[in-house]
Design a protein around this ligand. Structure first.
Ligand code: E4P
Length: 218
């Protein structure tokens, strides 16, 4: 499974990259706004900086338009920023049309805001490199996000679909493990959920004892 970080915060991206396990980054308009970046050139520069940090890992840059022509126009500009930009497109009819256009023109896409198997199937049919089901938001509304990953994974396996299942809207380290079990290909996570995978009290207790005993033969 690949690990992406879901943030536009440069320090967090650097920290995850320094762990040596980072495969890419996803951003969205809310995450960009949170960093206080304003204006097209600042936004573009920010994407380029992220692309440099992850050294070739895929970086999803989301369009902020909703009609076919505007999505294509904006997506082309985003894709031109760096070789590792993946254009993130919302799962709406114009988005599907744009994904097909990008696919036909050699531009990789990540179809975002997926909340059903049907949406994932149609995004894949249009050629999306990644389909992004939003696990946490599904759980928040009383449905089961992990079940959706299982269902999409099952369909993609029996239909031999190549699009990668990118589990998004991750809320915990347990989500990462469960998504992996359910058959996702990529998990995009907040930094704390990745770091959470390193934690266990028995590791801390065991390490403290080893360090104490190491003093005996230093
Ligand atoms: C996906 O790519 C989105 O950026 C993200 O995972 C949404 O997560 P949220 O539900 O925590 O906002």
């Amino acid at each position: 499974m690949k690990y992406f970080i879901d943030t536009a915060n440069l320090n967090q991206i650097k920290e995850a990259h320094d762990l040596g396990i980072l495969d890419g980054v996803t951003t969205n308009p809310s995450l960009m706004a949170k960093e206080g970046i304003k204006g097209e050139s600042a936004v573009n520069k920010h994407y380029q900086t992220i692309c440099e940090i992850v050294e070739g890992g895929d970086v999803s840059a989301e369009v902020t338009t909703v009609d076919f022509k505007s999505i294509v126009k904006q997506g082309k500009k985003l894709a031109a920023l760096a070789k590792n930009i993946v254009v993130k497109v919302p799962m709406i009819p114009d988005g599907v049309q744009a994904i097909k256009w990008f696919t036909d023109n050699g531009i990789l896409t990540n179809c975002t805001l997926i909340f059903s198997a049907g949406k994932a199937m149609l995004a894949a049919k249009a050629g999306a490199a990644y389909v992004s089901p939003f696990i946490g938001r599904i759980d928040d509304s009383g449905w089961d996000g992990i079940e959706l990953i299982e269902q999409i994974s099952h369909i993609f396996t029996i239909q031999q679909i190549d699009s990668q299942i990118l589990a998004a809207s991750i809320r915990s380290s347990l989500h990462i493990i469960k998504c992996s079990e359910a058959g996702d290909n990529v998990c995009t996570c907040p930094l704390e959920s990745i770091i959470g995978l390193t934690k266990h009290p028995l590791t801390d207790i065991g390490l403290a004892k080893f360090m104490e005993d190491a003093k005996k033969f230093a």
